[in-house]
Design a protein around this ligand. Structure first.
Ligand code: NAP
Length: 250
């Protein structure tokens, strides 16, 4: 019996990278999966991959920083699949490293709008739907940069520290109401987010060298952690941050 059979999982940022790998992993374990993002072609591609793996997928176009779109994304999931049990709030943006003294106000607003307001709005609308469906769990994507600082990443650092704060607050607020809330903290993972840097040998060497394991991670290695946090085996786990980072945060 697959562990998420008859369950509904929603994945933001499911149009590529870590989100797509996690959407597929949920589908392979039997969940009906709602893939959320702004790019329609990539969303359709994620759904096609889910269907090829024998699962059921639905793409919902939404910008997580816009409340009406987040509300309709949850409503659509419930309308099509009959409920919501798990949400992986993973949509996020990164800006190339820059000194704090040179960051534009627009860049600050954009990062915080997606990485912080996006996660807060998603939880605001997902939690009632999860409670109505009989309980379940949420995993938010933070980062090793939500645990330690790195020169040039101030605003991204702040946004991911905030994701951990939101996760812990929601965890204690809903712990007795059947909703577990945890965060996953990836190290450097091979996704479109850093593919330009990985295209150059010097960039690859730099990124590999950051992790004590001397390699970057695969999206599937994050997906496995997310599925664990949503599984019955993690039934007593809430408010935790699970680092999957080759040791970079240690
Ligand atoms: P990615 O392939 O670039 O994925 C980012 C995802 O976020 C895309 O699917 C994108 O979809 C979605 N997104 C961005 N802005 C959005 C918005 N306003 N509304 C809805 N969706 C939005 O990169 P990734 O590495 O898989 O990133 C996933 C998460 O992991 C992010 O939160 C990132 O900060 C975090 N992370 C990544 C690494 C790494 O090394 N790759 C390390 C630590 C943490 P659309 O473009 O279709 O909207």
């Amino acid at each position: 019996m697959r562990i998420f059979a008859d369950k509904v999982a929603l994945v933001t940022g499911g149009t590529s990278g870590i989100g797509r790998a996690t959407a597929l992993a949920f589908a392979r374990e039997g969940a009906n999966v709602v893939v959320v993002g702004r790019r329609e072609d990539e969303g359709a591609e994620s759904v096609a991959l889910i269907e090829q793996a024998g699962g059921k997928g639905l793409f919902v176009r939404a910008d997580v920083s816009v409340e009406e779109e987040v509300a309709s994304m949850v409503a659509r999931a419930v309308e099509v699949f009959g409920g919501l049990h798990f949400a992986f709030n993973n949509a996020g943006v990164f800006l190339p490293p820059a000194p704090m003294t040179e960051i534009s106000a627009e860049a600050i607003d954009r990062i915080l709008a997606v990485n912080v307001r996006g996660v807060a709005l998603c939880m605001k609308h997902e939690i009632p739907a999860i409670m109505k469906s009989g309980g379940g769990g949420i995993v938010n994507t933070a980062s090793f940069l939500g645990i330690r600082a790195f020169p040039g990443s101030a605003i991204y650092n702040a946004s991911k520290f905030a994701v951990i704060g939101l996760t812990k607050s929601a965890a204690v607020e809903f712990a007795s109401q059947g909703v577990r809330v945890n965060a996953v903290c990836p190290g450097v993972i091979d996704t479109p987010m850093n593919e330009e840097m990985r295209a150059e040998e010097s960039g690859r060497d730099f990124l590999n060298g950051l992790q004590p394991m001397k390699r970057t991670g695969r999206p599937e290695e994050i997906a496995a952690a997310v599925l664990y946090l949503c599984s019955p085996g993690a039934g007593f786990t809430t408010g935790t941050t699970l680092s999957v980072d080759g040791g970079i945060s240690v």
